[in-house]
Design a protein around this ligand. Structure first.
Ligand code: ADE
Length: 232
């Protein structure tokens, strides 16, 4: 087993980096990959940068150059599920792009045209279970297993939150997960995304994001680290 661990921002990987034993550092396509171990597991840690293109590129490199067997994505998101508060957690059951829209040609919202298979990429059942178990053990937060939707926008609009609920039944929104999910799926690599809510994607989202990102990232880190300890 070799785990590819991805965060989008510095805050999301910094703590992880201090806890792992870094054996070697690599740079591909401007992304830095930290190769090493944590809790006796082989892992590669990286910051992919914001957005779906960065996330897709980084995931493919993790698979091609490092032969990672499992992908864990950790970070913050905007809550869409009404039961979620800032600080609460979402474990992905699947991930989908909310901003792909070829409805003009008769495709459903979020559907990738002429693509074989579902555009709602399913996370790995075992990883979902492990993530949920450690989240319950390590935090007293509300945990939702649900669909994560991703797009190349920071959402700060209550009307769009309603749309994401209605069109996708989404638990939370962020900017990378579906790209990681698609690349992992096409390469037959199991993945899970764990997101800590930094905001509610509404009019106050940018302030909430600024205030809670460090805290929420800390929590995501704790969960990924605990997952590595838990996995045999
Ligand atoms: N990541 C954290 N909060 C977000 C939001 N409101 N929209 C998109 N990505 C996010």
């Amino acid at each position: 087993m070799k785990f590819g661990i991805i965060g989008a921002m510095n805050e999301e990987i910094e703590r992880m980096k201090t806890e792992m034993t870094v054996l070697k550092t690599h740079i591909y396509a401007t992304v830095t990959f930290y190769e090493g171990t944590m809790h006796e597991k082989d892992m590669i840690l990286c910051k992919c940068g914001v957005g779906k293109v960065n996330a897709a590129l980084t995931t493919q490199i993790l698979i091609d150059k490092f032969a990672t067997t499992h992908i864990l994505f950790t970070g913050v998101a905007g809550a869409i599920d009404e039961s979620l508060d800032v600080g609460d957690l979402v474990v992905s059951t699947s991930a989908m792009q909310h901003d792909i829209d070829v409805t003009a040609l008769g495709f459903k919202k979020g559907q990738i045209p002429y693509f074989e298979g579902s555009s709602d990429f399913k996370a790995d059942k075992d990883l979902i279970e492990i993530a949920t178990t450690v989240a319950k053990e390590k935090t007293d937060r509300h945990i939702v297993q649900g669909k994560i939707v991703s797009g190349d926008q920071f959402i700060s609009n209550h009307d769009y939150v309603q749309t994401l609920r209605k069109d996708f039944d989404a638990a939370c929104v962020e900017m990378e997960g579906a790209a990681v999910a698609q690349v992992a799926t096409l390469n037959d690599i199991p993945f899970v995304i764990i997101r800590s809510m930094s905001d509610k994607a509404n009019g106050e989202a940018s302030m909430s994001f600024a205030e809670f990102t460090v805290l929420a990232s800390e929590q995501s880190h704790l969960l990924v680290s605990s997952m590595l300890k838990y996995i045999n």
